[in-house]
Design a protein around this ligand. Sequence first.
Ligand SMILES: Cc1cc2nc3c(=O)[nH]c(=O)nc-3n(C[C@H](O)[C@H](O)[C@H](O)COP(=O)(O)O)c2cc1C
Length: 191
Amino acid sequence: MEANMANIEIVYFSGYGHTDRLAQAVADGAGNSARLWKLSENGTLPDDAWEALDQADAILYGSPTYMGGPAWQFKRFADDSSKRWFARDWQDKLAGGFTNSASTNGDKGSTLAYFNTLASQHGQIWVSLGQAPSNTLASTPSDINWGGGSVGVTAISPSDSSPDQGPRNGDLDSARAFGARVASLAERFAA
Ligand SMILES: Cc1cc2nc3c(=O)[nH]c(=O)nc-3n(C[C@H](O)[C@H](O)[C@H](O)COP(=O)(O)O)c2cc1C
């Protein structure tokens, strides 16, 4: 990471590999300033990840949508972040979120709403998706923001897809563009 770049830390969970691909695309879009921290199967992070989050200019949250919300591993992380809440350690850091699920809607909005609430409890500043939807008759899963969200990245991995097959290109493009947006804003805030 270059000294003058903003620190973007991405904390996320993936049970079966689909959200891994989305997280990687967000990181690719954000560039060299981004690091991925994947929650363990038990919802834990190593100490150096917590230290990185404390030093971050932006913290991004990601999880598959399971049963209409984040995976429980993410909720454990959120509960563990309460120590930072007490100390206001993440106040005024940028925040944003991404999720992925099998259904086109799939109640992904509830997952993003939870990320937004978590970020707001910490006093963070939420970065919206910032992309127009691809919602015409001609639109396909290869088009950016095919799911048509605005709060964060909402990817669709069909239930019978392998991680190589889903999320599809439009969602990965959306994730990369969102990562780039956060990086651009984080650099402005860090300046
Ligand atoms: C326990 C569980 C609950 C799920 N709940 C939903 C859901 O509420 N909505 C939906 O569209 N898909 C749901 N799915 C499908 C996953 O969101 C989808 O398979 C996703 O790509 C998994 O991401 P991952 O490979 O990163 O774990 C669920 C899957 C599991 C295992």
